[in-house]
Design a protein around this ligand. Sequence first.
Ligand SMILES: [Zn+2]
Length: 251
Amino acid sequence: MELSALLSYLDSQLDCQRFRDYCPNGLQVQGSASATHIVTGVTACLALIEAAIAAQANVLLVHHGYFWRGENPCIVGQKQQRLHLLLTHQINLIAYHLPLDAHPVWGNNIQLAKVLQLQHPTPIDHPDLQGCLFIGQCQPHHTGETFKQHLTTCLQREPLHIPAQRHSIERIAWCTGAGQDFIEYALDAKVDAFLTGEVSERTVHIAREAGIHFFAAGHHATERYGIQALGKHVADKFSLSHQFIDIANPV
Ligand SMILES: [Zn+2]
């Protein structure tokens, strides 16, 4: 299919104008005018670009692209190497950051709820959160220990768990990626546990003093699912080929 048709479909579905983001969303690096083989991945690192070249992809669809607010805008060093490879191989780099975290069907948060079997996932409505903090129920009810085990099994990675006195986890809030500073909003929502990808030193004290369970289950591990779901959806809809390539990351 024509790249332009794929892009206009993606841009309209992901509703990018709605977000105040830290990077451009949509086409970040232009390549071939046609889209036939899509590789998806979490982050457009050099290893993923090399894997996309080996897979003969002409579209690389990611959650973490380039051109972040505050970064050096010059095309030098590692950035030059990445861009040089993409441009030489005419690979289109398409990235969706917050629009993919928040998307109600293919988003990272809703897809994580599916993987973890969290019930009634609902975004908390607050202008600061941009639809990226969700609330739901753990069913069957877990204790801190059993939920830690559940995360380890589902995400194939042992999470950091800051335990709390309260025994069972019924109400839980989550935000994939680096959502640790949303913990205060989770507390306002009266949850038993808060789950995100990363942790800061201060997060531990906030969780302990509030008496809720806190889990940091990995930025990469919690954000593998949205981009896969989106890639599969567009591949099925437009009869394109698609593969997800996981470049392991312990953080
Ligand atoms: Zn992220």
